[in-house]
Structure formats: C-alpha cells, structure tokens
Design a protein around this ligand. Structure first.
Ligand code: ZN
Length: 75
C-alpha cells in the first residue's frame, strides 16, 4: 500500500483527500491540442495550484512529512 502524503489537521485522517486544482481540464486539453507550449505551461501552473482538502472536515490537509503531520500520524 502506498504511503499517504497528506493528513487532515482536524480529524488526523489520511487518504480522505479531495484534490482541487485551479483552471479547467477542458482548457488544458484544448491548449495541448492546438499549441504544445502553452499547454505545458498551463499544466505546470495547475499542478502548482493543487490543494488537498479533507472530505469530512473540508479543511486543507497538510503534508505528513512536516513536523505537525508527523505528530498527527504518529510517524
Ligand atoms: Zn478531516
């Protein structure tokens, strides 16, 4: 099983994430079809805006690698 990367600071659950990205998948595909370079830039920009939210608490999840995340997961 893969190690979870994010933990919810409110309920300490991992693997409960909703991934939210800015921009739209349709625009991304359109750009890739027409023009490769703006498509690549758009994809990289979207990856930079990726956030993980807890499905239950709707708060932003934090990295399990951070000091607070390690305390929550007991790692
Ligand atoms: Zn939660």
């Amino acid at each position: 099983m893969a190690m979870p990367k994010y933990v919810c600071p409110a309920c300490a659950l991992t693997g409960n994430a909703i991934v939210i990205q800015k921009g739209s998948r349709k625009v991304e595909i359109l750009l890739w079809c027409c023009l490769i370079v703006p498509g690549l830039i758009y994809t990289l920009w979207r990856q930079g805006t990726t956030k993980h939210y807890c499905r239950t608490c709707e708060v932003e999840m934090i990295s399990v690698k951070g000091p607070h995340g390690q305390r929550l997961t007991g790692a």
